[in-house]
Design a binder for this molecule. Sequence first.
Ligand SMILES: [Zn+2]
Length: 160
Amino acid sequence: MKTIEITTSVKVYENLPELPVDFRNLMAAAKAAQQLAYAPYSDFRVGAAVALEDGRVLTGANQENAAYPMCMCAERVALGNANMEAPHVTITAMAVSVYNPRKTIAEPAAPCGACRQVICEQESRQNQPIPLILQGAEGPVYVIESGRDLLPIGFDKSFL
Ligand SMILES: [Zn+2]
């Protein structure tokens, strides 16, 4: 028997101004995208923005449904948007910001398990990691170098 140790590094920036300017701008786009959230059931608004290697920024926001399992997360909407609007263009980073009108979220909210799987698929598709930049409505910003860091021992195409 042996034990596999798995570690993940998270860079913690105390606030937005401390972030590199390109990440700060991407986070601003993610926050702006929250305006397009369709969240009549939870009021939980999530905006995501992806930076493309050609300089474009594309966004997504969560899209809820009365049939709750049909809800789409902002991260997956943004990735789908990018793959339709800019096919074969590498995504160089993704920013995600959350907002809840009933409480101030002062810590970053990490992508759900389904989104982690889809982010990892995108990384595999483009053969390049996607740094994730995460923030609540305010407060510190987490930067994680790759979706893979959030989904160790994941399932991928190597099994198929
Ligand atoms: Zn999700």
